[in-house]
Design a protein around this ligand. Sequence first.
Ligand SMILES: NC(=O)c1ccc[n+]([C@@H]2O[C@H](COP(=O)([O-])OP(=O)(O)OC[C@H]3O[C@@H](n4cnc5c(N)ncnc54)[C@H](OP(=O)(O)O)[C@@H]3O)[C@@H](O)[C@H]2O)c1
Length: 324
Amino acid sequence: MKAIVYEKYGSPDVLELREVKKPIPKENEVLIKVHAASVNAYDWHFLTADIFLIRLMGGGLLKPKNTRLGADIAGRVEAVGRNVKQFQPGDEVFGDMAGHGNGSFAEYVSASESAFALKPANLSFEEAAAVPMAAVTALQGLRDEGQIHPGQKVLINGASGGVGTFAVQIAKLFGAEVTAVCSPRNLDQARSIGADQVIDYTREDFTQNGQQYDLILAANGYHSLSDYKRALTPQGIYVMAGGSMAQIFQAMLLGSWMSKTGGKKMGGVSTKIDQKDLVILKELLEAGKVVPVIDRRYLLSEAAEALRYLGEVHARGKVIITVV
Ligand SMILES: NC(=O)c1ccc[n+]([C@@H]2O[C@H](COP(=O)([O-])OP(=O)(O)OC[C@H]3O[C@@H](n4cnc5c(N)ncnc54)[C@H](OP(=O)(O)O)[C@@H]3O)[C@@H](O)[C@H]2O)c1
């Protein structure tokens, strides 16, 4: 089968489309014919090792230990191991290969059945592949870390990317009043997916305008933790999903320390894909309550282009890799 392979950390130029062995499912695994994958900053980090911790935490110190890339996937089950209970050949599924060896930028994957759920029936494979990592991050960031409640004022920074477009929609479903922060070209998109207010970050700094929010989900951009803290109501919660390296390290190193005084909580979300959340999202998608926003589509042979585009950090929604 064909797969995207890389043997050294670097720019998307190091990616190659190669013939590799088609996987054989183990007892608890499903073999899936991949129809579509989507690209995440997660893949960018594994490709470039721009976060040094990736090298220290099992990614491989000098070169990638795992030469395969890609987490989000949608496809059709081709075969199942004998202990698989939930799926059978022919089922259409979507899921996330993070924690299951990655490798969705390929014609086939084989992984534990726990990585997948049945695909929302009303979505194409490409639409379904857009969902898992970004939407679960938005859901877990708002619901679990952010403890979102109806009527709260919620701000999403980085509202026009993969995580942000799901976060705006999910926060609205929880009954929040949502402010979306993005660049001017994405203001209409943010309104169209439900944002009540929009802030153009090139013209206005939401941390300096005197407004306060019960919950801030930071998907992208950079502000110091003290700026974010100022923009929170007295019991407000800041949840860092991503952004610049400085953002990530500040939240990791200083977040719990800064939460010790006063009622404000400064933390982050570390997404754990689980089937229950995939099923929740499947139901929301089937009900039309959440809709994936897709920016560009690339072929498997163009995976390097897809990653190059994602690496510019201005994708509008999700970037898809169509495999068949
Ligand atoms: N913690 C976790 O477990 C976890 C899981 C998934 C993702 N993440 C992280 O979450 C982050 C976001 O992921 P993603 O999939 O949403 O990425 P993405 O799709 O690449 O984000 C692109 C978006 O970021 C916006 N952006 C760029 N600079 C900005 C700025 N200064 N202020 C506000 N928005 C800005 C862009 O909007 P404009 O073009 O309008 O500027 C663009 O729409 C990444 O850092 C990723 O690593 C973390």
